[in-house]
Design a binder for this molecule. Structure first.
Ligand SMILES: [Zn+2]
Length: 607
């Protein structure tokens, strides 16, 4: 949908069939507004419930019904405003709608702040009696159990107030870091071999680090990392501030470690984290095999860290128009059964998808599943490359997960856990690549598909797990009472990086300057979030391997997994599917797939 001059079509020029239908949420802006005003009035009724939750089972249930009804309604209003805004970000009307809803959300959370403390005051025996008296309260079993699970680490009212006040300061290290690294840091400008002048800031670093010419890559790396290096002390003080913050919350909430404190929120056993790091370290030879292959494919005598990003296979322009894309996606996912195919068909034909780019439209892609009574939506910027088909399959994975979950679960259990967020999407990608590899016969195209798939193992699995290892180590240092400075972070990071990349074995040379890389990774401010990219990826590869073996029981279990939404925590939900994240089996299946991809590349490229 791009014009000849490279700019995008105007939204009006795009046929309705390729635009999502937000009218399924609200028939008009007017309807949205009246529903919002109505909701705003209903918030006032919340005060009637205050102090009643422990009276009886039925009063508890009506309070929770009312609370979750409000949450559901607000989610729908928000989804409409934010998608409306994303379809043309230049419009001011949807922006102000978004702001109105955000204010309403803030009001809702302050007006409902009494709910959890009141629930926690109900003695356990009374709660059991409530549940026996009022079977419909069973709807909230998981929610209530979760509130009680967190009780041990919930403080008294006065203390909770102090912790909340501390929250006003606690984001400062991250905020300062973001401003420094994104805006204020004086990045240098370099000249590339084609005469182009480039200021090597984080955005340009990501783009130009994949330059085909090695001399350009060296320049880009040198420039970027030396800019960071000149602020090593400041950047180190910021990160240390963040870890002190995490340590503060661990201490006041009585956890044994920062890791436990972070993982407790979603009830993930710390063994899952340790297991990932152990599996990665046991399997570094597979990463080293990848690096040796990269060196051969790029025809280099020696592999350096700055050679990590250029594509190691010739990128072939595999093109798909939308109808071909739909067909390939349908066929590649047909192994998931009829209900799944029917869901995809609905997504395609009932305007769930906003497909093409247009002027002012938000870039990238996402799926919006917070539309409980309606259907999920998808935004993409489809241009017909293989990447775009892959992205569409990925987002359809999220959308199908939301669709099955929203249809099956009560609202309170409909949102699937963050730990599982990337599983369904990654399963779809794996099935798509597998299907295309069976379909495409042209060798260069096959090589391009394989190379593209292989990068996922390195960037989503190994690299994120390497970050996770560093994140754990720096927290452990502070928990031991060590203080950390910029140069110490660099030393710790460098040791992990060198180990992962086989520096000592001569597999990939890591120049000392690159030990500062930690300073540009925002994830270290996300409190043990990043490992979930690796675990989701591993779980998904294991599921895809089993589905591809044609076991119908696995397919049925997978659909049940999608339907289960947020009715249980991530780890037991996967376990029902036969995926035990505390074992090494999912990881081994993933490694088998990775090695299989490398075998195929070596054979095709005769290296
Ligand atoms: Zn995703």
């Amino acid at each position: 949908m791009e014009n000849g001059n490279g700019s995008h079509a105007e939204r009006e020029e795009i046929q309705e069939a390729y635009k999502w239908n937000l009218k399924d949420l609200f028939s008009s802006d007017q309807e949205w507004k009246s529903r919002k005003d109505e909701l705003s009035d209903r918030l006032l009724l919340l005060s009637d419930f205050k102090g009643t939750l422990n009276h009886s089972a039925s009063e508890l249930k009506s309070s929770l019904d009312f609370y979750f009804e409000l949450k559901k309604e607000i989610a729908r209003l928000f989804a409409y405003a934010s998608m409306y805004s994303d379809q043309d970000t230049r419009q001011s009307v949807p922006l102000s709608m978004k702001q109105e809803i955000s204010q309403l959300e803030t009001r809702l959370s302050s007006l409902t702040a009494f709910i959890e403390p009141e629930i926690l005051q109900i003695p356990e025996g009374t709660m059991q009696a409530f549940c026996a008296d009022e079977p419909p309260l069973r709807l909230y079993n998981h929610y209530l159990a979760d509130v009680f699970r967190r009780r041990e680490h919930t403080l008294n009212e006065k203390e909770e107030k102090i912790v909340a006040e501390a929250g006003l300061m606690s984001d400062t290290p991250q905020e300062v870091n973001s401003i420094l690294t994104n805006a204020d840091l004086p990045y240098k400008t370099i000249m590339l071999s084609d005469g182009k002048q480039v200021r090597v800031d984080p955005t340009n670093y990501v783009f130009y680090r994949a330059s085909p010419g090695q001399n350009d890559r060296i320049k880009v790396f040198e420039s970027f990392f030396s800019s960071l290096k000149s602020f090593e002390r400041t950047l180190g003080t910021q990160l240390y501030g963040q870890i002190k913050r995490d340590t503060f919350y661990k201490n006041v909430r009585n956890y044994d470690s920062c890791l436990e404190s972070a993982l407790h929120r979603d009830n993930i056993p710390i063994g899952v984290y340790h297991n990932l790091i152990k599996n990665i370290n046991d399997n570094l030879p597979n990463l080293h095999r990848y690096l040796v292959l990269r060196k051969k494919m790029l025809e280099l005598d020696e592999l350096h860290y700055y050679d990590s990003y250029p594509s190691m296979v010739k990128e072939i322009d595999l093109r798909y128009d939308y109808s071909e894309a739909k067909e390939v996606i349908q066929k590649s996912l047909s192994c998931l059964g009829k209900t799944y195919s029917d869901t995809l068909e609905k997504a395609f034909s009932q305007r769930w998808i906003d497909l093409y780019p247009n002027s002012g439209k938000r870039s990238g892609a996402y799926s919006e599943g917070d539309t409980y009574d309606v259907h999920p939506y998808i935004l993409t910027n489809f241009k017909g490359r293989f990447d775009d088909v892959e992205t569409l399959a990925h987002e359809l994975g999220h959308a199908a997960h939301s669709y099955f979950s929203n249809k099956t679960q009560p609202f309170v259990n409909s949102r699937y856990p963050i730990f599982l967020a990337e599983v369904a999407s990654t399963v779809n990608e794996a099935l798509l690549v597998d299907y295309e590899l069976n379909r495409v016969t042209n060798e260069a195209q096959r090589l391009s598909l394989l190379g593209n798939y292989l990068e996922g193992f390195r960037t989503t699995l190994f690299r994120q797990a390497q970050f996770a290892e560093f994140e754990l180590q720096i927290h452990l240092e502070v928990e031991k009472g060590e203080s950390l400075t910029g140069d110490k972070f660099t030393e710790l990071y460098q040791n992990i990086l060198k180990k992962h990349f086989g520096h000592a074995e001569g597999i990939c040379t890591i120049d000392d300057l690159y030990g500062i890389e930690w300073a540009y990774i925002p994830h270290f401010y996300y409190n043990f979030y990043v490992f979930q990219y690796s675990t989701s990826f591993t779980a998904a590869q294991a599921i895809a391997s089993r589905i591809l073996k044609g076991d119908e029981n696995v397919v049925a279990a997978y659909i049940d997994f999608l339907k289960s939404g947020g009715s249980d925590y991530g780890i037991p939900t996967l376990k029902k599917l036969g995926i035990d994240m505390l074992s090494s089996i999912p990881f081994e299946l993933t490694m088998q797939r990775m090695n299989h991809v490398m075998d195929s590349i070596e054979k095709l490229a005769s290296v």
